[in-house]
Design a protein around this ligand. Sequence first.
Ligand code: CA
Length: 147
Amino acid sequence: MPARRSFRIWLWLSLLFVTMLAGCGGGGGGGEEPPPPPSPLVFIGCSVVVFADANFSGASATFGAFGIVDVTNLSVVPGPCAGGTFNDCISSIRVLEGCLMQVFVDANLGGASAAFTADVADLSLIPGPCAEGTFNNCISSLRVISP
Ligand SMILES: [Ca+2]
């Protein structure tokens, strides 16, 4: 009788052990792919969006990244204005919170400039050196600065 009881206990423990192994296998995947790990990249840079029309409408282009990003010549950025570019073409600007955008009326960050830290819905309301004394359809280069 004791031997039989020992055998039953051994059998019970063996079954328990096998069940635990099976449980581990199932919990460890069981054929299902684990979810992909979250992206290790955290975006802390800046970006701006320029629009050909006021009130953030019309064709747009986005610039920015980390640190300082210079766009030295908007006449090589494809756009809807003369020559199929964004030169002298920007009428409104979105600036990501915390970012600084400098705009220049000439290429290579030259000529009169203005700096913005918030959206500008209508550059024709910003006094400048171009048509009607504003910055509308006037910007030829720009700089985006991350905090
Ligand atoms: Ca210009």
